[in-house]
Structures are given as C-alpha cells and as structure tokens.
Design a protein around this ligand. Structure first.
Ligand SMILES: CC(C)(COP(=O)(O)OP(=O)(O)OC[C@H]1O[C@@H](n2cnc3c(N)ncnc32)[C@H](O)[C@@H]1OP(=O)(O)O)[C@@H](O)C(=O)NCCC(=O)NCCS
Length: 172
C-alpha cells in the first residue's frame, strides 16, 4: 500500500538522505528538473535543505508517496505569496523513483497536489515540463491545458537544448 502525505519541515529534514536519493535517481533517469547529471549527493542535500526552508516558511508544500516506509516519489507545490497571485499554485519537481514507475504514483501525487492546492485556496495550477517527456504525457493525460511552449528553454543531460511546455489547470 502506498501512503500519500505532506511532510513537515522536520519530517523532510529527517528524510534528507532518502529525498536526496530520489532526486539523484530522477536526474540520472534524464529528468528535466533543473540539474544536469551526475548530481552529487552533497548538491542534492543542499537542494533539499532549501526545500525544507521553503516548507518551513510556508511557501512550499512537499507531498510524498511512501511504500512500507520507503519514499517512492514526491511533488512540490509552490504557493504564490504576492498579493495578486495568491490563487495560483505551481506543481513542480514531480518525480517517481525508477523502481516504482508506471504504477499510478505520479497520477496520485498530482491528485494530492490539487487537493492541497484547493485547501490552500488556490484555483489555478501551473506546471511546466520537457516537451515529449513522461511528465508531458502525464499532463496531457490529466487534462492540463498547454498554453505555450518555448524552444531551447532548458539543457538536457546530453547538452542539447529542449523545448519546455507550459500547462495550467483551473481547479474547480
Ligand atoms: C513523469 C513521472 C513522474 C511519471 O511517474 P509514474 O508514477 O511512472 O506515472 P504514472 O504511473 O502515474 O502514469 C500516469 C500517466 O502518465 C503518463 N506516463 C507516465 N510515464 C510514461 C512513460 N514512460 N511514457 C509515456 N507516458 C507515460 C501516462 O499517460 C500514464 O498513464 P497510463 O499509465 O494510464 O498510460 C516519472 O516518469 C518520473 O519521475 N520521470 C522523471 C522526472 C520528471 O521528468 N519529472 C517531471 C518534472 S516536472
């Protein structure tokens, strides 16, 4: 059975090694999540410590999927703090460990992210991803609306620039 829950800053801090392993696996698998492979553990830990700070200050919600205590995936919800955008959330850094893919975990994490967004008063969800990647297919499958794409937006692990697609969904 897989449990989906939001982690407090203290829980995330305690889980730093597992979270680091998760992001290293995602980068190794070619994910476009801001890093280029190989991602050193020290850099992964620095990254997650910044996430812990954001969770602590309330600008980020961290949702994880855990199976028998093992973290298999996560997604983050960025909350807009500026006055004119507090109805807006961004789903970011969605990744599922390669050992646990194609079992519906990302789909469920996105459903949890949408519930958390609604609970935080958000009515609009944003997300962006590499064109043609697994997450792009997921966004389409979930019915997100593409509102544009930018060629050459981010660099892939192989050094090539790739197109990023920008999506939104109105949360009813
Ligand atoms: C994208 C990712 C999170 C999907 O995780 P997952 O748990 O395997 O996805 P799910 O099992 O929930 O799949 C849901 C839907 O996504 C799409 N999808 C997921 N993986 C896919 C793949 N390899 N090829 C094509 N479609 C895929 C399918 O539409 C799938 O629905 P289906 O199983 O009914 O066909 C995972 O592949 C991953 O971590 N990739 C690397 C990280 C990344 O690129 N993140 C995006 C940054 S925003």
């Amino acid at each position: 059975m897989i449990d989906y829950y939001s982690m407090s800053a203290a829980e995330a801090e305690a889980a730093l090694p597992a979270l680091a392993e998760l992001v290293i696996d995602a980068v190794d698998s070619g994910a476009s999540i801001g890093f280029l492979p190989p991602l050193a553990e020290a850099d992964a830990l620095v990254y997650w410590r910044d996430v812990v700070v954001a969770v602590r200050d309330g600008s980020r919600i961290l949702l994880v999927a855990a199976e028998a205590g093992v973290i298999q995936g996560s997604v983050q919800l960025g909350l807009e703090k500026r006055a004119n955008g507090q109805h807006r959330c961004e789903a970011m850094k969605l990744f599922v460990h390669r050992r646990a893919r194609r079992r519906g975990i990302a789909r469920e994490l996105m459903a949890e992210a949408e519930s958390a967004a609604r609970a935080a008063g958000c009515t609009l969800m944003l997300m962006d991803t590499r064109k043609g990647g697994e997450a792009d297919q997921l966004c389409q499958k979930l019915g997100y609306e593409a509102y544009g794409e930018v060629p050459g937006y981010a660099r892939s692990g192989n050094g090539e620039l790739h197109t990023t697609v920008f999506y939104y969904r109105k949360l009813g």
